[in-house]
Design a protein around this ligand. Structure first.
Ligand SMILES: Nc1ncnc2c1ncn2[C@@H]1O[C@H](COP(=O)(O)OP(=O)(O)O)[C@@H](O)[C@H]1O
Ligand SMILES: CC(=O)N[C@@H](CCC(=O)OP(=O)(O)O)C(=O)O
Length: 304
């Protein structure tokens, strides 16, 4: 008689065998994974994410992780009594906010994720390497500019976002050295950039992921967030859409707040040569595996 555990073993083997075509499609391909602050949740779920990143590396892919930490920065600022304002999903960043943002992103979250990856991969010697855009001048930025229509005069006005940067140049050589190394390194990048003059800037993590995915000509960029994907005007999940349809969602306001930088970065990355971008729920354990290795995938896929 076959026991329940034995049956489960056969089911696992079947799932693995069914993944073979997908494993071949992604063989030695780069996949940029943006791990959002809202997707992180409990430490236990974040550790599952780290283990899945290790699994991808051992399956022959080159995962590159870019992480966020917006909610974590907000909590730290709250404790310090500093209020945050957001314009089009971007945090207005003064000097004090910049200092806290860098501490939380580069200091705490970046090292934690790199550490969890290294722990999850220790038997096979897969290691997480924590970096920010400041290391080896990975991400050179210019000051981000945004305009707003003044509601009274209806005139476009420039809004000062402070130390918010827009990637201008990505020098991905260090990342390429790491991913092509004989050793199994997984780069983990914090969304901090630096100007030509060496000034530190806060950059939206989706934007960093898009710029990096474009520079690396990644096969896929996965944006892990706290919703199942992009929703249409009726609140229904959109399974697949074109870049033009994504632009329309922003124009009509159906996509707003934090979804705006996601869709903008998806469009820019595809224009730079990334094959497709997927926005999916990172709180669900193994969401990346479902997306990459199963027929129906997960979340919303955006293609040219
Ligand atoms: N059309 C839409 N479909 C899905 N989510 C949307 C849409 N428009 C706005 N959003 C918001 O975007 C949020 C995701 O962005 P954000 O909070 O910045 O996530 P993260 O921290 O993971 O980067 C969702 O929680 C949702 O509130
Ligand atoms: C300029 C800007 O908005 N920077 C973001 C950087 C972190 C981030 O993007 O984190 P999530 O992906 O978790 O939202 C911020 O300060 O929140």
């Amino acid at each position: 008689m076959i026991t329940k555990s034995e049956e489960a073993g056969w089911a696992t083997a079947k799932t693995l065998a069914e993944a073979l075509p997908y494993i071949q499609i992604y063989d030695r391909e780069t996949v940029v994974i943006k791990y959002g602050g809202h997707a992180m949740g409990e430490d236990e779920v974040a550790k599952l994410f780290a283990a899945d990143a290790v699994l991808l590396k051992l399956m022959g892919l080159h995962p590159v992780v870019v992480h966020g930490g917006g909610p974590q920065i907000s909590r730290m600022l709250d404790r310090a009594g500093v209020k945050s304002t957001f314009i089009d999903g971007l945090r207005v960043t003064d000097e004090a906010t910049m200092e806290v943002a860098e501490m939380v992103l580069s200091g705490a979250i970046n090292k934690e994720i790199a550490n969890w990856i290294t722990l999850a991969g220790r038997e096979a010697d897969v290691r997480g390497v924590g970096l920010s855009g400041k290391d080896a001048r990975l991400i050179t930025v210019t000051k981000a500019e945004r305009t707003r229509k003044d509601p009274d005069s209806n005139i476009e006005q420039v809004v000062d976002l402070g130390f918010v940067g827009e990637p201008q140049k990505v020098d991905a050589e260090l990342i390429e050295v790491l991913i092509n190394s004989e050793k199994d390194y997984i780069p983990v990048v914090a969304p901090i950039g630096v100007s030509e003059e060496g000034q530190t800037f806060n950059v939206n993590a989706d934007t960093v992921a898009g710029a990096l995915a474009g520079a690396l000509k990644a096969k896929r960029m996965l944006l892990l967030t706290d919703v199942p994907g992009v929703k249409d005007g009726n609140g229904e999940l959109i399974r697949q859409m074109t870049v033009a349809e994504a632009a329309e969602l922003i124009r009509t306001g159906v996509a707003n707040g934090g979804m705006i930088p996601k869709l903008e970065t998806a469009m820019a990355a595809i224009a730079d040569g990334v094959e497709a971008v997927v926005i999916l729920d990172g709180r669900r354990p193994h969401a990346m595996l479902v997306e990459l290795f199963t027929e129906f995938g997960a979340g919303t896929l955006i293609k040219a």
